[in-house]
Design a protein around this ligand. Sequence first.
Ligand SMILES: *Cc1c(COP(=O)(O)O)cnc(C)c1O
Length: 496
Amino acid sequence: MDFISTRGEGAVSAASAICMGMAKDGGLYVPSSFPKLEASDLGRLADMDFYERSAYILSMFLTDFSYDELKDYCAKAYIKFDGEPAPVIQVDDTTFMLELWHGPTLAFKDVALTLLPHLLSASVRKTGSDKKTLVLVATSGDTGKAALEGFADVPDVEIMVFYPSEGVSDMQKLQMQTSKGSNVHAIGIQGNFDDAQTAVKSIFKDPESNRIINEMGYSLSSANSINWGRLAPQIVYYVSAYVDLLASERIKPGEAINYVVPTGNFGNILAAYYAKRMGIPVNKLIVASNANNVLTDFFNKGKYDVNRSFYKTMSPSMDILISSNLERLLFELCDREPEKLKELMQSLDIYGSYEVDKEELREKLPEFVSYFSGEDETAEAISNFYDMFGYLLDPHTAVAVSAYYNYLTDNDDPAKTVIVSTASPYKFASDVLYCVTGKREEDNFKAVKKLSSYTDTDIPARIKELNELPILHDMVIPKSEIKDTVINLLKQKGHK
Ligand SMILES: *Cc1c(COP(=O)(O)O)cnc(C)c1O
């Protein structure tokens, strides 16, 4: 299977696409076609563990890897989870939670980022490169920690994570600042996630930066969902959830279901769309936004416009206005014609907006609908869901729940629905505690304890230990200095 750039650059192997992270023309790699899952495949998958399901599906895309090789990597990745990596929990007759936060950093990013280091190291070997890899990451909170954790002390890799210093939760910041490993760097920026992502992407596109980095013995890669190696492992859990529902006879063969996904950079829900393209029967893909509802407006009006206020919310990992992976969906909307796509992206660069034909959007991508949830609604969802089902939502998942109920208000839809649960509520303990008890506790670790005793749920070990770990990374820089910082850190590394 080859991978092509959304902006027209020629086909490369899966290994090359993973090594590069992003195409040199500034586009994103997409598979040249979508492999199909037949009913017989679903039957076979039903008898497999998650790591085998993962290898099975990945091997359909990563054709320069063998199934056994992938199975080995997946086994090594998913052993790091506390139990099943992607369990499906039923809350009522039609609603199911797909819990993706049982990994080492307690957010769904772990599913891909425990595996990516294995995929990346193997890809470097397969392409015969003699360079070390510099992984650059922009994070709205959760990708950063998961990437730092996944790549810590991986040989021949240096990893640098840029996060908005004042735009992540206290727990997220602490998780990153206490990261261990001789090759890891976590750097706060004075700016928001979009600033970090734009700066990082511009380093990828800049020939001069690439030359300097290459001369120091490194080639660039990405651990953001712009990297195909991040996205592919995320397709697996959508297939896996369907297979589980089928195997437990909660749906019939061929029955179409909804997926509701709390969305920021559009990576996770794009993986759901790809699962549909592979043949998973999908009724609606419900794009859930928080108060930064640029995507909701896009799906409803056909206009994507980042010229608007930016809000800091309880769901910081979704505080994003420029959703990178939407480019991959637009590529499909443009019938895979790079010229058409490039026009839209140029307009985004110049005006901060672009517009597509609303009817065409509806006709070509009828599965997509989008709803958003403001802060009050999100808080209410946490409180109500806990009262009704005894189920504790993190604020991101609560955005999805609330968006789903808004969807149901407008649509009489009896389809079974899988809501993607993306983080442990303990990562956002202060806010969650306030929503369920009505009482504020600003001290995070006190909030954690109170949340545990109030809800009679266990505190994840990774949260408990955070309080004791030393701060190892406290650098904060202006957003204009991201590029220079990357080069300087590499130089310092060379002198050690
Ligand atoms: C990253 C993240 C999201 C958004 O996922 P995208 O792939 O960026 O759309 C939602 N919830 C949590 C907890 C996250 O960490």
